[in-house]
Design a protein. Structure first.
Length: 221
């Protein structure tokens, strides 16, 4: 299974999505910072499962309909940072889809996630991540779960890794940094947490119009 995660930077990189899907053969596309009302129903053979409706800049998940059937969609509002309270960019920070593999009959969960910005504390982002993972677990007993997105967590990842493992998940970084806009803040922002998946690799794709680089997750159940 190939999954792309991409923070579109206020929808600036939306025009790149069709090319990315075609070039990588992605099965699932998870987006952050999208103007959801402008998203098409289909992108290069991927179908829009759902998108958040209460965000100024929202989340979306697309999937390949000849490979998967969408069974359930769930969005989640997480604990707010001061940035969220004042500017209100995102009410919902996690969007999950429970899918059934058509050929094998197995179910799995894939989610797009966008943590609070760097103006918030790492402790708040850890709470958001823990809440999102707990919600995903409630979508089905012992299902493989993959949550990808912009975690806004460039430093002190060791503490986050410990918290994620304590919740029963693994955290996996891509092979190169995913954010390059500001020299001081460059690093890995976009990565994955998972359980029940073997992550073969996570590749940082070439930079486009966004200040984030897209990542390509290759995973097996």
């Amino acid at each position: 299974m190939k999954v792309i995660s991409y923070n579109l930077n206020k929808h600036k990189a939306a025009g790149e999505l069709a090319g990315l899907v075609e070039e990588t053969g992605a099965d699932i596309l998870c987006l952050q910072e999208a103007v959801t009302e402008e998203l098409p129903a289909e992108i290069s053979g991927l179908h829009l499962a759902d998108a958040t409706a209460r965000n100024r800049l929202g989340l979306a998940v697309y999937y390949r309909r000849n490979t998967f059937t969408a069974l359930e969609v769930r969005s989640l509002a997480l604990k707010k940072s001061m940035h969220d309270r004042v500017l209100k960019p995102a009410e919902e920070r996690m969007l999950a889809v429970r899918l059934r593999d058509i050929d094998h009959g197995r179910e799995l969960i894939v989610a797009s996630f966008h943590a609070a910005p760097l103006t918030a504390l790492n402790s708040l982002r850890r709470k958001q991540i823990q809440s999102a993972l707990a919600e995903l677990s409630s979508l089905g007993d012992n299902l493989p779960i993959l949550m990808v997105g912009d975690y806004n967590y460039p430093v002190f990842k060791e503490n986050l890794v410990q918290k994620v493992r304590a919740a029963g998940y693994e955290l996996t970084l891509s092979d190169a940094r995913t954010y390059t806009r500001y020299k001081f803040f460059r690093g890995h922002y976009d990565f994955a947490t998972s359980v029940g998946f073997d992550i073969d690799d996570i590749t940082t794709l070439p930079q486009g119009l966004s200040d984030h680089l897209p990542i390509l997750v290759t995973a097996r159940t």
